[in-house]
Design a protein around this ligand. Structure first.
Ligand SMILES: *[C@@H]1O[C@H](CO)[C@@H](O)[C@H](O)[C@H]1NC(C)=O
Length: 224
Protein backbone atom coordinates (compact mmCIF):
# COMPACT_ATOMS: atom_id res chain seq x y z
CA UNK A 1 0.00 0.00 0.00
CA UNK A 2 1.26 3.45 -0.85
CA UNK A 3 1.31 5.06 2.58
CA UNK A 4 3.22 8.10 1.36
CA UNK A 5 0.53 8.68 -1.23
CA UNK A 6 -2.16 8.65 1.40
CA UNK A 7 -0.30 11.10 3.59
CA UNK A 8 0.37 13.35 0.63
CA UNK A 9 -3.30 13.49 -0.19
CA UNK A 10 -4.26 13.92 3.44
CA UNK A 11 -1.98 16.86 4.11
CA UNK A 12 -2.33 18.37 0.69
CA UNK A 13 -6.03 18.80 1.11
CA UNK A 14 -7.98 21.05 3.39
CA UNK A 15 -8.67 20.38 6.89
CA UNK A 16 -7.46 16.84 6.88
CA UNK A 17 -10.74 14.99 7.28
CA UNK A 18 -10.08 11.82 9.17
CA UNK A 19 -12.24 8.81 8.56
CA UNK A 20 -15.30 8.67 10.75
CA UNK A 21 -13.87 5.92 12.89
CA UNK A 22 -10.45 7.51 13.19
CA UNK A 23 -9.06 9.79 15.83
CA UNK A 24 -6.21 12.23 15.33
CA UNK A 25 -3.95 9.45 16.52
CA UNK A 26 -4.48 7.76 13.17
CA UNK A 27 -2.76 10.60 11.37
CA UNK A 28 0.18 10.22 13.69
CA UNK A 29 0.09 6.55 12.84
CA UNK A 30 0.19 7.32 9.14
CA UNK A 31 3.06 9.77 9.39
CA UNK A 32 4.99 7.34 11.56
CA UNK A 33 4.44 4.76 8.88
CA UNK A 34 5.93 7.11 6.32
CA UNK A 35 8.99 7.85 8.37
CA UNK A 36 9.57 4.18 9.05
CA UNK A 37 9.12 3.48 5.36
CA UNK A 38 11.51 6.25 4.37
CA UNK A 39 14.10 4.99 6.82
CA UNK A 40 13.70 1.48 5.54
CA UNK A 41 14.18 2.79 2.01
CA UNK A 42 17.32 4.57 3.16
CA UNK A 43 18.64 1.30 4.54
CA UNK A 44 18.25 2.37 8.13
CA UNK A 45 16.66 -0.42 10.13
CA UNK A 46 16.19 1.62 13.29
CA UNK A 47 12.62 2.36 12.25
CA UNK A 48 11.39 1.31 15.67
CA UNK A 49 12.69 4.53 17.22
CA UNK A 50 10.18 6.30 15.05
CA UNK A 51 7.26 5.32 17.23
CA UNK A 52 8.74 7.63 19.79
CA UNK A 53 9.41 10.53 17.42
CA UNK A 54 8.78 13.41 19.85
CA UNK A 55 7.75 15.69 16.97
CA UNK A 56 4.58 13.67 16.69
CA UNK A 57 3.61 13.99 20.33
CA UNK A 58 0.45 16.01 20.72
CA UNK A 59 0.58 19.09 22.87
CA UNK A 60 -1.51 22.02 24.07
CA UNK A 61 -0.19 25.57 24.27
CA UNK A 62 0.12 27.79 27.34
CA UNK A 63 1.11 31.45 27.15
CA UNK A 64 3.83 33.02 29.27
CA UNK A 65 4.93 36.64 29.14
CA UNK A 66 7.96 38.37 30.55
CA UNK A 67 7.40 41.58 28.62
CA UNK A 68 8.59 44.11 31.21
CA UNK A 69 7.45 46.97 28.98
CA UNK A 70 3.80 46.05 29.38
CA UNK A 71 1.71 45.72 32.52
CA UNK A 72 -0.65 43.58 30.43
CA UNK A 73 1.80 40.69 30.71
CA UNK A 74 -0.05 39.63 33.86
CA UNK A 75 -3.23 39.25 31.80
CA UNK A 76 -1.54 36.71 29.54
CA UNK A 77 0.17 34.51 32.09
CA UNK A 78 -0.80 30.82 31.90
CA UNK A 79 -3.62 31.45 29.42
CA UNK A 80 -4.26 28.58 27.04
CA UNK A 81 -4.53 28.93 23.27
CA UNK A 82 -7.91 28.17 21.72
CA UNK A 83 -8.94 28.16 18.05
CA UNK A 84 -12.05 30.11 17.09
CA UNK A 85 -13.22 32.20 14.16
CA UNK A 86 -10.06 31.60 12.17
CA UNK A 87 -7.66 32.87 14.83
CA UNK A 88 -5.81 31.67 17.93
CA UNK A 89 -7.14 33.37 21.06
CA UNK A 90 -5.95 33.42 24.66
CA UNK A 91 -8.46 32.02 27.12
CA UNK A 92 -8.54 30.53 30.60
CA UNK A 93 -6.52 27.37 31.13
CA UNK A 94 -9.30 26.08 33.38
CA UNK A 95 -12.29 25.18 31.15
CA UNK A 96 -14.62 26.49 33.86
CA UNK A 97 -13.24 29.98 33.41
CA UNK A 98 -13.24 30.28 29.63
CA UNK A 99 -14.80 33.33 28.03
CA UNK A 100 -15.26 31.73 24.60
CA UNK A 101 -17.83 28.96 24.42
CA UNK A 102 -16.84 28.33 20.77
CA UNK A 103 -13.09 27.98 21.44
CA UNK A 104 -11.37 24.69 20.64
CA UNK A 105 -8.16 24.23 22.67
CA UNK A 106 -5.08 23.93 20.45
CA UNK A 107 -4.14 20.26 20.23
CA UNK A 108 -1.41 19.72 17.70
CA UNK A 109 1.96 18.40 16.60
CA UNK A 110 4.66 18.97 14.00
CA UNK A 111 4.29 17.70 10.44
CA UNK A 112 6.29 18.47 7.29
CA UNK A 113 4.52 21.11 5.21
CA UNK A 114 3.76 19.55 1.81
CA UNK A 115 5.14 22.32 -0.43
CA UNK A 116 8.35 24.13 -1.33
CA UNK A 117 11.30 23.00 0.75
CA UNK A 118 8.89 21.14 3.01
CA UNK A 119 9.64 23.15 6.15
CA UNK A 120 8.46 21.75 9.43
CA UNK A 121 4.81 22.66 9.72
CA UNK A 122 2.43 22.75 12.65
CA UNK A 123 -1.07 21.28 12.69
CA UNK A 124 -3.89 21.31 15.21
CA UNK A 125 -7.28 19.74 15.44
CA UNK A 126 -9.92 22.41 14.83
CA UNK A 127 -12.84 20.71 16.51
CA UNK A 128 -13.47 17.67 18.63
CA UNK A 129 -15.94 16.13 16.20
CA UNK A 130 -14.98 15.59 13.47
CA UNK A 131 -11.28 15.55 14.41
CA UNK A 132 -10.02 17.58 11.47
CA UNK A 133 -6.53 19.01 11.27
CA UNK A 134 -5.59 22.44 9.93
CA UNK A 135 -2.22 24.10 9.29
CA UNK A 136 -1.19 26.85 11.69
CA UNK A 137 0.32 29.90 9.94
CA UNK A 138 0.95 33.61 10.34
CA UNK A 139 -0.82 35.96 7.93
CA UNK A 140 1.74 38.12 6.14
CA UNK A 141 -0.59 41.13 5.99
CA UNK A 142 -1.20 41.59 9.71
CA UNK A 143 0.91 38.98 11.52
CA UNK A 144 -2.20 37.30 12.88
CA UNK A 145 -1.69 33.59 13.61
CA UNK A 146 -4.45 31.63 11.89
CA UNK A 147 -5.49 28.08 11.02
CA UNK A 148 -6.57 26.85 7.62
CA UNK A 149 -6.11 24.43 4.76
CA UNK A 150 -3.14 24.26 2.43
CA UNK A 151 -4.44 26.85 -0.03
CA UNK A 152 -5.19 29.28 2.79
CA UNK A 153 -1.73 28.87 4.32
CA UNK A 154 0.58 28.38 1.35
CA UNK A 155 1.31 32.05 0.64
CA UNK A 156 1.71 32.93 4.29
CA UNK A 157 4.30 32.09 6.94
CA UNK A 158 3.64 28.37 7.52
CA UNK A 159 7.10 27.39 8.78
CA UNK A 160 9.55 26.46 9.78
CA UNK A 161 7.97 25.75 13.15
CA UNK A 162 10.23 24.20 15.72
CA UNK A 163 10.97 24.09 19.43
CA UNK A 164 13.49 25.77 21.71
CA UNK A 165 16.65 23.71 22.51
CA UNK A 166 15.02 22.38 25.68
CA UNK A 167 11.92 21.48 23.59
CA UNK A 168 9.60 23.30 25.98
CA UNK A 169 8.51 26.23 23.80
CA UNK A 170 7.52 26.90 20.18
CA UNK A 171 9.59 28.79 17.65
CA UNK A 172 8.70 30.06 14.19
CA UNK A 173 11.48 30.96 11.74
CA UNK A 174 13.99 30.05 14.46
CA UNK A 175 12.91 32.53 17.13
CA UNK A 176 10.12 33.17 19.60
CA UNK A 177 8.65 36.23 17.91
CA UNK A 178 5.16 35.81 19.29
CA UNK A 179 2.94 38.60 20.56
CA UNK A 180 -0.59 38.91 21.90
CA UNK A 181 -2.74 41.67 20.40
CA UNK A 182 -5.60 43.15 22.44
CA UNK A 183 -8.68 42.96 20.27
CA UNK A 184 -11.06 44.32 22.90
CA UNK A 185 -10.42 45.00 26.59
CA UNK A 186 -8.85 41.87 28.08
CA UNK A 187 -9.34 39.81 24.91
CA UNK A 188 -6.10 38.87 23.14
CA UNK A 189 -5.29 36.93 20.00
CA UNK A 190 -1.94 35.52 18.98
CA UNK A 191 0.25 37.12 16.29
CA UNK A 192 3.76 36.72 14.92
CA UNK A 193 5.97 39.81 15.04
CA UNK A 194 8.25 38.96 12.13
CA UNK A 195 9.83 42.43 11.99
CA UNK A 196 10.33 42.63 15.76
CA UNK A 197 8.60 46.02 15.99
CA UNK A 198 5.39 45.10 17.83
CA UNK A 199 3.66 44.94 14.43
CA UNK A 200 4.12 48.69 13.88
CA UNK A 201 5.26 48.14 10.28
CA UNK A 202 2.02 46.25 9.64
CA UNK A 203 -0.02 49.15 10.99
CA UNK A 204 -1.09 47.59 14.29
CA UNK A 205 -2.27 50.31 16.71
CA UNK A 206 -3.72 48.16 19.48
CA UNK A 207 -1.89 46.96 22.56
CA UNK A 208 0.79 44.39 21.62
CA UNK A 209 2.50 42.29 24.29
CA UNK A 210 5.42 39.91 23.76
CA UNK A 211 4.80 36.35 24.83
CA UNK A 212 6.05 32.81 24.41
CA UNK A 213 4.22 29.57 23.83
CA UNK A 214 4.85 26.67 26.13
CA UNK A 215 4.27 23.13 24.86
CA UNK A 216 2.28 21.09 27.33
CA UNK A 217 2.29 17.45 26.28
CA UNK A 218 -1.08 15.72 26.25
CA UNK A 219 -1.32 12.53 28.24
CA UNK A 220 -1.14 9.53 25.89
CA UNK A 221 -4.52 8.33 24.67
CA UNK A 222 -5.65 5.10 26.19
CA UNK A 223 -6.76 2.61 23.55
CA UNK A 224 -10.40 1.63 23.68
C1 LIG B 1 -9.64 26.11 1.81
O1 LIG B 1 -10.11 27.10 2.67
C2 LIG B 1 -10.69 28.21 2.03
C3 LIG B 1 -11.04 29.22 3.08
O2 LIG B 1 -9.89 29.66 3.71
C4 LIG B 1 -11.91 27.77 1.24
O3 LIG B 1 -12.44 28.88 0.56
C5 LIG B 1 -11.50 26.70 0.26
O4 LIG B 1 -12.65 26.18 -0.35
C6 LIG B 1 -10.78 25.58 0.97
N1 LIG B 1 -10.23 24.64 -0.02
C7 LIG B 1 -10.66 23.42 -0.14
C8 LIG B 1 -9.93 22.58 -1.14
O5 LIG B 1 -11.59 22.98 0.51
Amino acid sequence: MDIIGILGVACGSVAIPLAATATATSVVGISQGVSAQQRAAAGDDSGEADKEDPRLSKFNLLVQSEDQSSSARHLLQNKCIVLRQGKLYLDGADPNYRIFSDGHPFSGFYLDYPAGKKPMGLVSTISREPPELNWIYADRSDGCVKYGNKSASINHIHGAWDWTPDKTRLTLEEWEGFVAVEESPGVFFLAYDQNDDHLASLGEKRRVVECCLQRVLEPPKTEK
